[in-house]
Design a protein. Sequence first.
Length: 339
Amino acid sequence: MKREIWLWVHHRRGTIEDETFGLAAEACRLAGEVQGQTSVSAVCIDPDENMEAELKRLGSYGVEKVFVVTSGSSSQSRGELYASILTNMIRESPPVFFLMAHDDQTAEIGSRVAAGLQAGLVTRAVDLRLDEDLKAEAVRPVDNGYVFERVEYNCGLPYIATILPSVLSPLPAGWNEDAEIIPLSVHLGAQEPKTEVLRVIEADPESLDIEEADIIVSAGRGMGKEDEFGSIYELAEYLGGSVAGTRPVIDRGLLPFDRQIGQTGKTVSPRLCVNCGISGANEYTAGIEKSNKIVAINKDPGARIFRFADLGLVGDVHQILPLLFSRINEKKGNGSGDE
Ligand SMILES: Cc1cc2nc3c(=O)[nH]c(=O)nc-3n(C[C@H](O)[C@H](O)[C@H](O)COP(=O)(O)OP(=O)(O)OC[C@H]3O[C@@H](n4cnc5c(N)ncnc54)[C@H](O)[C@@H]3O)c2cc1C
């Protein structure tokens, strides 16, 4: 019997998110390492209505089947609920790998599933290997990305991994078939949920996780010292955005680690990302490429960040930001709404 490699369908507002296509590419690559022994399937829990056509599209990225589960619960925390569903599904027919793009939710789900099944989990993986005997290894960054470690899965199937989104790159659609949609009903038995959602609190942009933010103002070493960061917070507040930064800014303790963008930080996908005093090293830009509009302010016209910018402003950030504020205020004074 052919074994399977499973991937998690990341979806939002009825659309499959890009990470999923990256996971499909990774799953197909792993399947290729053990030619003919595995096929690729996906698991989608709680899709929005009318997502079937969107899910079938995964077929052109090498996914043969999509298992679709509707959880039907609104009060239990999703981490616990989804982990129970997956644990049951995996118990029935364990895949070789179960792959998810790394974020707070998948880290929780992965840990719960691994604990429930006594399976091996590697979080924040940047590379995975599978050999002909279905033995697996993973590589992941440690020490804030200064070194990488190679770890071996020393356990039975499945191997569970959350992969850093910055290393996932989707391949162009190469298959000419729709994925088969398989609705599943999962019986969770009479277990008492251990967690319950009491209320949902809308996040304040200042404390909002930068992966969720719609607008980001990001600070680099070029912003200077702590007392020169005021305009970053002012701009973020004005735009209703979240503040983030590059690794040097985080290393200097000017922002907490969960605000770091990049290869060893977070991958963001806001509508607008304003980059202030940032050179645009590839370890940083790997984290902003999914932004809809990128603005860069840098005094060096040759800075690499400008290659990614939809709008580039060359000059001293400490002169440009006050100019920007006065232009915004002028427009406000004129009652113009198109700021
Ligand atoms: C394994 C590894 C992982 C890494 N992971 C990450 C990561 O996740 N995220 C990350 O950010 N980095 C990461 N890095 C570090 C990365 O290589 C760069 O060193 C870092 O992104 C540079 O940050 P920066 O742009 O703030 O600083 P710099 O490269 O020093 O750039 C500062 C920029 O500010 C400009 N500037 C200076 N003064 C002004 C001014 N007054 N007005 C306007 N512009 C000004 C300069 O022209 C310059 O372009 C990683 C490195 C390694 C080796």
